[in-house]
Design a protein around this ligand. Structure first.
Ligand SMILES: Cc1cc2nc3c(=O)[nH]c(=O)nc-3n(C[C@H](O)[C@H](O)[C@H](O)COP(=O)(O)OP(=O)(O)OC[C@H]3O[C@@H](n4cnc5c(N)ncnc54)[C@H](O)[C@@H]3O)c2cc1C
Length: 430
């Protein structure tokens, strides 16, 4: 059977390995780190004293039901059931008032009407404006040709959105989905999130959260059923050229090759690198001595911390700040103090609780920045080197930098590999 070499064990490389492996290809995947998953992974945090080391995700990762390729990848690994879906979004104001967004009885795109009208965090004026903008978004999605050139904020201002609607609705949903602020985000990405996640079908918005640490998803037994797929951990690819891969000082050859590395690594390997910028994400892990909330998750309005995820009976919370440039200069202690201060405003029980442990993960290179005029900078899977196919969330796969985008790119690269060998399987969904 034909052989393929893959550089990079993030979701893009793993998705390509799962697709080609199932179709009988001999696959050798080289990952520099001692574990799989790349930017969507988990690891043990050393504990102090007698405590047991804790396995944590580098940052909470969520998906929506519209991430059909990611769900297909989890299905291939046999871990689809480890994703728990939630149908309610909780918007909390400082002071603790909660508004819930959930689908009702009407069909899409009107399925949120009942809960949206009842949301107390928006005024009537905000709601009328948001509804008008959503109707315009549906209409302009296919008609406007400048959506990659203008920012989402430009578009929202054109639609005369209130400052409240921008801050509490559009920013709250989109900054975490696209990992960029509204004034730096190409409108095309904002449109896609709302179209696919909120308007096209009534269950697409449901939020999936892995019920196990991320790393456990890829350590799945499924690989055992594919003995033709071999994972080489702690194996660094040092060069990629027409002769093959140079890894760990050896030249490795195959029929086809996939490069699924982060874009900033390409130049050092002798490959052309796109001129994309990064956008950071900061995750804050807080362990309290008692339960401080019973909500499974919530979006926190008007403060620095954007999302809260309840990881263990309301005692262990994970907070996420996307596009977190403002946190870059702060020390870990300053970020923890800021996070606890924010939480006290939303969850009064935090005032009585003691913080037992805290951990901050600043990912400065979390994703590429989906700024205006970057779509043309994202290359496709084809490359100047024959039989080399590019993958990664940064390639042009129709999605912003997300797990779904990474899997889509892996499937596209796998299709390229198969096509170059005269076959035409379809791995990509949608
Ligand atoms: C903090 C954070 C939070 C996020 N939250 C979400 C979220 O909630 N939802 C969502 O959909 N997305 C989220 N993302 C984005 C998502 O994690 C990424 O889009 C996706 O994981 C990228 O996968 P990838 O395979 O393209 O790249 P990567 O995951 O970067 O994979 C590349 C792999 O290549 C390896 N590598 C690098 N150099 C070499 C070398 N020389 N040789 C061999 N291997 C090498 C790396 O170790 C890595 O494993 C988040 C990202 C971060 C950082």
């Amino acid at each position: 059977m034909s052989k393929v070499l893959i550089a990079g064990g993030g979701l893009a490389g793993l998705a390509a390995a799962a697709a080609l492996g199932r179709d009988g290809w001999e696959v050798d995947l080289h990952e520099t780190r001692p574990f799989l998953g790349g930017r969507a992974t988990s690891y043990a945090v050393p504990a102090g004293g007698d405590e047991v080391a804790e396995t944590i995700d580098n940052c909470q990762h969520i998906l929506l039901r519209c991430c059909v390729n990611l769900l297909d990848f989890y299905r291939r690994l046999g871990v689809r059931e480890s994703i728990r879906f939630y149908r309610e979004f909780y918007f909390i104001e400082p002071g603790g008032r909660i508004s819930v967004l959930k689908r009702g009885r009407f069909p899409a795109p009107f399925h949120f009407t009942g809960s949206f009208l009842a949301m107390k965090c928006f005024s009537r004026h905000d709601k009328v404006g948001i509804a008008r903008a959503l109707i315009a978004l549906r209409r302009e999605r296919t008609r406007r040709k400048d959506l990659d050139r203008i920012s989402m904020l430009d578009w929202l201002l054109q639609k005369r959105q209130t400052p409240h609607a921008i801050d509490r609705f559009w920013r709250q949903v989109l900054v975490s989905a696209v990992n960029e602020d509204l004034d730096r985000m190409a409108a095309v990405h904002g449109f896609q999130v709302f179209w696919l996640g909120f308007l096209r079908s009534s269950d697409a918005y449901e939020m999936g959260i892995p019920s196990v640490p991320l790393g456990q998803l890829y350590a799945a037994d499924a690989w055992k059923n594919m003995p033709n797929v071999r994972m080489h951990l702690r194996s660094t690819v040092e060069r990629i050229d027409a002769c093959g891969f140079m890894a760990d000082g050896k030249v490795l050859t195959a029929d086809q090759y996939i490069c699924a590395l982060p874009f900033e690594k390409l130049e050092a390997l002798g490959l052309p690198a796109p001129k994309l910028q990064h956008s950071p994400i900061t995750g804050v892990h807080l362990w309290f001595d008692r339960e401080v909330t019973t909500l499974p998750h919530a979006t926190l309005l008007d403060r620095t911390m954007q999302w809260m995820f309840n990881k263990d009976g309301g005692r262990y919370l994970q907070l996420v700040v996307s596009a977190s440039r403002d946190l870059t200069p702060l020390s870990r202690k300053e970020i923890i103090d800021l996070a606890v201060g924010d939480l006290r405003l939303f969850f009064p029980r935090v005032r009585e609780a003691n913080l037992v442990k805290a951990h901050v993960v600043k990912e400065q290179r979390a994703t590429f920045s989906g700024a205006p005029e970057t779509e043309d900078l994202r290359p496709g899977t084809a490359c100047t080197i024959p039989n080399l196919h590019m993958a990664g969330d940064w390639t042009r796969n129709g999605w912003p930098a997300t797990m779904e985008g990474a899997v889509r790119s892996g499937y596209l690269a796998a299709e390229g590999v198969a096509k170059a060998s005269g076959k035409s399987p379809v791995y990509l969904i949608g």
